[in-house]
Design a protein around this ligand. Structure first.
Ligand SMILES: [Cu+2]
Length: 476
């Protein structure tokens, strides 16, 4: 069910008076997402409203909440001063619905619309955002959450969603320009100076009933910022990563939380009153950010319950590791590297690509590699740069090789550390050209992107039935 804000209708005049006010204003229809300029209050009542770009005048955009197996149908209408699309991050869907300009669809021009429709095969926490000039479009406020509920009821008392993002504001509370800074692109991307949780700077304390069981969903919707999550006075269970259920794991230390990532936690609230729990970001230890404050209410404690057993798994294709295609992705460039040039700051296997290049030339890049549908890909990502790169793969669910040699839980991106290598494995599921890119938006748009092609030649993932068969074409 989409939440819709009628409150903001009265702000239409304000938006018209703003710097980008020459773009017209309209209320969205049912199942319609309109991206447009609007004013929102994010800093508190004592501060002016901030002129932003938003879906249906809300930051985050409308929460999409559906059941596993449902079909999602959204009309996207673009009323921004530039082309746009919507990408449905982490959702396994047909290539034509993936929202990537120049590759899966033409960018939706200002004043035009595009209809997205696809099934939701996996339960979990996902999000959506444009795939055009993401450094600016996400940076100005275009993102929202998707919750796909499990078919069976999950025994929790509360389901709390935190969409974490940052924004770079001036002293008047308005978004600073300079989205195309070469410095940001060559370093860690544009980091905001205000961290927002569900679109707000304030961190009101959330009161929880003692003894209750809470599902806490975190989405990193920042254009570039990596957080390092630290819980204080509470040790939650990690139950899903990037939407997909994982083996129930006790949170021990800190967790890296890159742009695009999601975590689902289960918190069993202490049964004693007056407990203050806190979630901080300590990526920069000298500049910690409080992300959430939880307290216990004075309600009577709920009785203790059995330990949480985990979420029901999503149906996954099984990797055929022995017959996997071996691929290497070498990342070069960025500040401190002599490989960076003005034309392309970042390179993937010696080549730089960007959406702005696509927009200018209208031709999609040649795929970095091509594999048959159903084939397992074993990919070594070799980060030869001094920078973190959260590499996101569209259309697939991947696993990381862990330090102990085993393959980790399912996720949709992998954080590759400076001057380190990371092995991943995935099944090439659906035909089409799928993006691989860094989710630091400024890296993505200054070279660090490419595609892989999944051909219509179907190969089963079952090693005992390895003969290729022709699959019906599903690309539309
Ligand atoms: Cu990067």
């Amino acid at each position: 069910m989409e939440r819709r804000s009628f409150l903001k209708a009265s702000l239409a005049g304000g938006a018209l008076a703003g710097g980008l006010g020459y773009y017209w204003y309209r209320q969205p229809g049912k199942n319609e997402f309109i991206a447009q300029t609007t004013d929102v209050q994010m800093l508190g009542e004592d501060y002016p409203n901030t002129s932003v770009w938003a879906f249906n005048d809300q930051i985050p955009g409308p929460l999409i909440r559906r059941k596993q197996g449902d079909t999602l149908a959204i009309r996207f209408t673009n009323r921004l001063p530039q082309p746009s699309t919507i990408h449905w991050h982490g959702i396994r869907l047909p290539n034509a619905m993936d929202g990537v300009p120049g590759i899966t669809q033409a960018a939706v021009k200002s004043g035009e619309h595009f209809d997205y429709q696809f099934a939701l095969p996996d339960a979990g926490t996902y999000w959506y955002h444009p795939h055009v000039a993401t450094y600016e479009q996400i940076g100005r406020g275009l993102y929202g959450a998707i919750i796909v509920e499990e078919r069976e009821r999950i025994d929790v008392d509360e389901d709390i969603l935190m969409v974490v993002s940052d924004i770079f504001l001036d002293k008047q509370g308005q978004i600073k320009d300079g989205f195309q800074s070469l410095h940001d692109a060559a370093h860690a991307g544009r980091l905001g100076n205000v961290i927002l949780v569900n679109g707000q700077k304030a961190r009101p304390k959330t009161m929880l009933r003692p003894g209750s069981r809470v599902r806490l969903r975190l989405i990193n919707a920042s254009s570039a910022r990596i957080y390092r999550l630290k819980f204080h006075r509470v040790a939650p269970l990690i139950v899903a990563i990037d939407g997909h259920p994982c083996p129930v794991t006790a949170y021990k230390d800190t967790l890296y939380f890159s742009p695009g990532n999601r975590y689902d936690f289960i918190i069993d609230v202490p049964r004693e009153e007056q407990t203050l729990m806190m979630l901080e970001d300590e990526f920069f230890p000298a500049m910690r950010n409080t992300l959430a404050l939880f307290g216990t209410s004075n309600q009577s404690p709920l009785p203790a319950r059995a330990p949480f057993q985990g979420l029901p798994p999503n149906a996954m294709m099984i990797e055929d590791h022995r017959n996997a295609e071996k691929i290497t992705l070498t990342i070069e460039g960025g500040a401190l590297s002599n490989k960076a040039s003005r034309e392309s700051i970042w390179l993937m296997n010696g080549k730089g690509n960007s959406h702005s290049h696509l927009d200018a030339h209208g031709n999609a890049p040649e795929p970095v590699f091509t594999v048959d549908q159903g084939c397992t890909v074993h990919c070594m990502i070799d980060n030869q740069t001094a920078w973190f790169h959260p590499m996101h793969f569209h259309g697939v669910v991947l696993r990381e090789r862990q330090k102990d040699g085993r393959w980790g839980p399912a996720k949709d991106s992998t954080l590759v550390w400076p001057f380190e290598k990371q092995e991943i494995m995935f099944v090439a599921e659906a035909p089409g050209d799928w993006m691989i890119h860094c989710h630091v938006s400024e890296h993505h748009h200054s070279g660090l992107m490419g595609t892989f092609r999944v051909s219509n030649i179907c190969r089963t993932t079952n090693p005992s039935k390895g003969s290729p068969t022709k699959a019906p074409a599903t690309k539309t």
